[in-house]
Design a protein around this ligand. Structure first.
Ligand code: GCB
Length: 647
């Protein structure tokens, strides 16, 4: 990260490393945007769907379902995209299905995309869980290992082969988890026919959320010219009143190219420009990007327009891509987290992508509602527990000034076999994909490489050292952490992180019902961790389940009163420690969410301060009161808010 103590040369080295790292990733993953040279066609809506319920789940491949229309090889049902398929029907075998499911959609492609050979047509899947294979008109175009991150393939030549036919897109998705996937899981077959039906198996998972599956984010077709802006990397900083946007533009498909880069303010006025593909844009009287409640106008974004004039064997092209850019710095000291060289205290939440019916499916009404709730309660940050969220959510964070700890899907690494090289290599690949997608978001201030791994196991040291060093090499401008619940003295990865993140549930999983232990145990936790590592600490999870509407006084577990008192007892300790080295508190969880069925879960995890339908429990008001008070103390509230505030 950029440290105020080490300006100048360090920054240049960092930038050089970041741009080098960007080069190591073979291609860019710019969010598809329309422009004068680019079109986007969204394929959200109804797709045909079939789950392959054959015993070995392989019938679709044996019978090559991708070669013809899905409805010609068997029955299909309507399936909305984006959505998890699990909760869409009344069929319990589909809710709990494990194996391959097949999606298909026919698309009519605009004639100009086909006739213009200078147009590149790309299919992009925002995310599909977990393993995906994509065919266009029966020809495989790509496969992807992992949910939560986008993947794409060029399909123009296939579409052009037979322009009289609609373009048929088939996507097969498999949610089977193994010890090498992220998150890991394992399939267990149970052969005891006296107790279990023939062929019985279960998927064991080591994480606490339902393994929703399907095409979770929008599928798009988009175009670029054949010579195009493939990637942009920006790193920002400032000195006094002057902002600096260090940038690099990568171009593909051109034999000759010139670039014009223009940085515009909110009103569309040019504030800096350049004709180099690599350089620094200086912004006089800069408007910095500030977090929500830290400044009167948080989330200030410039627009960086990249205009490429290029030629290749076929023709000359102009490509235009506009990237929103927030100018800010991030750094840590042994006791503070600094944004724009000022102390920042995370008062926020952990979330899930989770809702009724849609599961983990992308849904704008839900996203906007969640942002309104975050702002209502005065939250300035969240962690993307336990996997990368849709990029559209990060764009909202950029615009609203909500600070993000961006977590990869490294959750549930509990089995010692998941520390082997195959797992580590996949984890490194996932970090590459995550940094490539999210590196330009001002809201993203820290990477989290895992949640609650078995970090006390001997192989964890090599694993996390490698992973954290790799992530820092990919992006030297942001701190790196992972979230621990291990014992402070046995945690193998803690020496390598920049910030210590700890999850703990005193009076819940430990000493259930004994609220009186919280002050002592939480205090001991902080003193132990800080004493050993001298790094700033975030309480990255704490909380208690509350079944909405369940009450008792004196408080008993699972009531709204008990949840309230757990929070208040923790807050008292946080208030002491934030004067020293505690740099944040993130409640577990923003909202109730679905989990596997089990004796500790009453139709899901109920630690939300909002219900799954986003109605507040008593705890939400406790947090609202606290977060606005913290904001009042530590930040500068926008003029349109007054404390106590009701937005
Ligand atoms: C944790 C996990 C989170 C769980 C939570 C709980 O430590 O990180 O995924 O949902 O505890 O409620 O048990």
């Amino acid at each position: 990260m950029l440290s105020p103590e080490r300006p100048g040369q360090f920054r240049v080295l960092c930038l050089f490393a970041l741009f080098e790292a960007a080069c190591l990733l073979d291609t860019g993953m710019l969010f598809p945007r329309e422009s004068s040279s680019r079109e986007v066609k969204e394929l959200s809506g109804l797709w045909s769907f079939r789950a392959d319920k054959s015993p070995d789940r392989n019938l679709g491949f044996d019978k090559a379902w991708y070669k013809s229309r899905l409805r010609e090889t068997g029955p299909v049902i309507d399936m909305p995209v984006p959505a998890s398929y699990n909760d869409i029907t009344q069929d319990p075998t589909l809710r709990d299905f494990i194996g391959w499911v097949w999606y298909e959609r026919e698309v009519v492609v605009p004639a100009r995309w086909i006739t213009d050979e200078g147009t590149r047509v790309v299919i992009r899947v925002g995310s599909a869980h977990y393993y995906s294979i994509v065919w266009v008109n029966g020809v495989k175009v790509t496969e992807h290992n992992g949910g939560h991150l986008p993947f794409e393939a060029e399909v123009g030549s296939l579409i052009r082969k037979d322009p009289t036919q609609p373009c048929r897109i088939t996507i097969a998705v498999n949610n089977t988890l193994t010890l090498e996937t992220l998150p890991p899981g394992s399939i267990q077959h149970i052969d005891d026919i006296t107790k279990y039906p023939k062929g019985f198996f279960v998927q064991n998972i080591y994480f606490d959320f339902f393994n929703y599956a399907g095409i979770h984010r929008p599928v798009l077709l988009y175009t670029t010219p054949t010579a195009y802006v493939d990637d942009i990397t920006v790193v920002t900083d400032f000195l006094d009143n002057t902002g600096r946007v260090n940038y690099k533009v990568s171009v593909q498909g051109a034999t000759t190219a010139t670039v014009k880069v223009t940085l515009m303010d909110k009103d569309g006025h040019c504030v800096a420009s350049s004709t180099e593909p690599f350089g620094v844009l200086k912004v006089v009287d800069v408007n910095l990007w500030w977090p929500y409640l830290m400044h009167e106008s948080p989330g200030y974004l410039y627009s960086m327009e990249v205009r490429l004039m290029a030629a290749n064997e076929r023709s000359t092209h102009e490509d235009v891509y506009t990237l929103p850019v927030g100018i800010r710095t991030v750094s840590v000291t042994s006791t503070q987290f600094l944004i724009n060289k000022k102390p920042f205290y995370f008062h926020g939440v952990n979330k899930h992508e989770d809702s009724d019916i849609r599961g983990k499916g992308f849904d704008w009404p839900l996203i906007v509602k969640d942002f309104n709730l975050l702002k209502w309660m005065g939250a300035n940050s969240f962690r993307t527990s336990h996997y990368p969220y849709a990029e559209e959510i990060l764009q909202m964070c950029d615009r609203h000034g909500i600070v993000v700890i961006d977590e990869c899907p490294g959750v549930g690494i509990k089995d010692i076999r998941s520390f082997r090289n195959a797992s580590l290599n996949h984890h490194l690949d996932v970090m590459d994909e995550l940094v490539r997608r999210d590196k330009n978001h001002a809201s993203v201030v820290m990477w989290s490489v895992a949640n609650e791994p078995a970090s006390e196991m001997p192989p964890a040291e090599f694993y996390f050292k490698t992973l954290i060093q790799h992530t820092k090499a990919l992006d030297p401008t942001r701190p790196v952490t992972y979230v621990s619940n291990s014992h402070y003295a046995r945690d193998k990865g803690a020496p390598y992180v920049d910030v210590i993140c700890i999850n703990s549930y005193f009076s819940w999983y430990h000493d259930p019902g004994h609220l009186e232990v919280i002050p002592l145990q939480l205090n001991t936790q902080f003193e132990n961790w800080y004493g050993k590592y001298q790094k700033p600490i975030i309480q990255s999870e704490y909380g208690a389940d509350a079944v909405p509407g369940l009450h008792s006084d004196p408080p008993m577990m699972f009531t709204e009163e008990y949840q309230k008192v757990v929070l208040q007892s923790c807050h008292n300790v946080f208030d002491q420690k934030r004067k020293q080295y505690l740099i944040g508190e993130l409640i577990w969880n923003f909202a109730d969410f679905m989990t596997v069925q089990g004796i500790t879960r009453v139709v899901g995890n109920k630690k939300g301060v909002f219900t799954r339908q986003r109605q507040p429990k008593a705890a939400a008001f406790i947090l609202k009161e606290r977060y606005w008070r913290l904001a009042n103390e530590t930040g500068r509230l926008p003029p349109w808010t007054k404390y106590p505030c009701s937005l």
